[in-house]
Design a protein around this ligand. Structure first.
Ligand code: BGC
Length: 361
């Protein structure tokens, strides 16, 4: 019933746009263009920043912005996209909750000639997407892996007779980025699992065994608690290889609950996004590193794609091979992720104007 009403609305929308096209009403050149921006959730700081940056940059160019947050509810995001189509936005920018759940809604956008740009997360199984702005997602994984190798001196550990216990906390199985990141991590760390320098006591090393649905902090904490009680009661966890700052917060709570102490036996904990809380934890030592993703730069690249589809020009693209969404290889711009820790956060994050010293107090 809901679907039928929606299809009716879409048909009405199309009739309306035909009337406009016949010149009876507004002139398309003078009408302020509207960009619908669909973000996944406000539960993590990064997406709040992404939304704010997109709004600011689009408005500075004279666009009106319709911003939607789906709070990680797949159906809510489907409805939000459908509503924006009914409202006849001129362009849709989508960071999906579930990368494959928007196929039907995006098909309607295509029928209505509304261009779609994938933001940060690839839109899967659809031919309705024009461009993709993101970070080098495999590069995020290799940067995390490289950081672990370097700080634990894994290259010489075998000769030094050293081994380290590691557990993995990987991203959401419905987010294409998560597998890219996992592949990057394993490209670097698998040789050390194979030669016995890294030991995963839980035995959970595959993506299927370590992925965490919807990037849930609570599940990461629960998993960590289970690993600590099940496999580490007589042993020590040395490395928590976490794909997200949110997981690192959950891991921190689990470790504290199990009696781990900062400055004594606290493990190396990785993360992603360089959220404000994560950088504070890096300063205090509760988190070892994160991956800084400058959301201002991502917004800038995405906004240039919006401009391109609305003016018929070509945006800057730097990858035309990696991001196959099962229907097409989506032309992409990949921004470069940067590993940050205590040694360089000041230079990269503070001097770069991402956070002020006051925010980090
Ligand atoms: C993003 C990450 C983020 C994660 C959880 C991924 O799609 O690329 O930057 O940490 O979602 O929000």
């Amino acid at each position: 019933m809901k679907k039928t009403i929606f299809m009716l609305l879409v048909a009405l929308t199309m009739v309306n746009s035909l009337i406009f096209a016949n010149g009876q009403s507004e002139s398309s050149s003078t009408k302020q263009k509207v960009v619908g921006v669909c973000m996944p959730t406000q539960s993590s700081e990064r997406w709040i920043n992404d939304g704010a940056n997109m709004k600011k940059q689009l408005e500075a160019l004279g666009y009106k912005v319709e911003m939607q947050y789906a709070e990680d509810d797949v159906q809510a995001q489907v409805s939000q996209v459908e509503n924006l189509i009914v409202k006849k936005v001129d362009c849709l920018v989508v960071a999906a909750v579930d990368s494959s759940a928007l196929v039907n809604a995006l098909a309607i956008a295509k029928v209505n000639k509304i261009p779609v740009i994938a933001y940060d997360r690839l839109l899967m199984d659809t031919d309705a997407v024009s461009y993709y702005a993101t970070f080098d997602n495999k590069g995020v994984g290799t940067a995390i892996g490289d950081y672990i190798v370097k700080s634990k001196k894994l290259a010489t550990a075998k000769a030094d007779g050293k081994t380290y216990n590691i557990e993995f906390f990987m991203g959401s199985p419905d987010d294409n980025n998560a597998l890219f990141l996992y592949n990057g991590v394993m490209e670097v760390l698998q040789p050390y699992l194979d030669n016995g320098v890294l030991v995963c006591r839980s035995g959970r090393t595959s993506f299927q065994e370590t992925c965490i649905l919807r990037w849930s902090q609570e599940t990461a904490q629960q998993n960590c608690e289970n690993y600590l009680s099940g496999f580490y009661s007589n042993d020590h966890l040395d490395i928590a290889c976490s794909a997200f700052d949110g997981f690192a917060y959950g891991i921190k709570s689990a470790l504290m609950g199990a009696g781990y102490t900062l400055g004594e036996n606290w493990p190396l904990i990785t993360g992603q996004d360089a959220e404000l809380m994560a950088v504070k934890n890096i300063i205090s030592g509760y988190q070892t590193m994160s991956i800084y993703k400058d959301t201002r730069l991502l917004a800038q690249k995405c906004v240039s794609m919006v401009q391109a589809v609305l003016t018929g020009s070509k945006p800057e693209i730097n990858d035309t091979t990696q991001y196959n969404n099962h229907v097409l290889v989506v032309p992409s711009y990949l921004c470069t992720p940067i590993a940050v820790d205590k040694s360089n956060y000041q230079k990269i994050i503070v001097d770069g104007g991402y956070y002020t010293p006051d925010q980090l107090k």
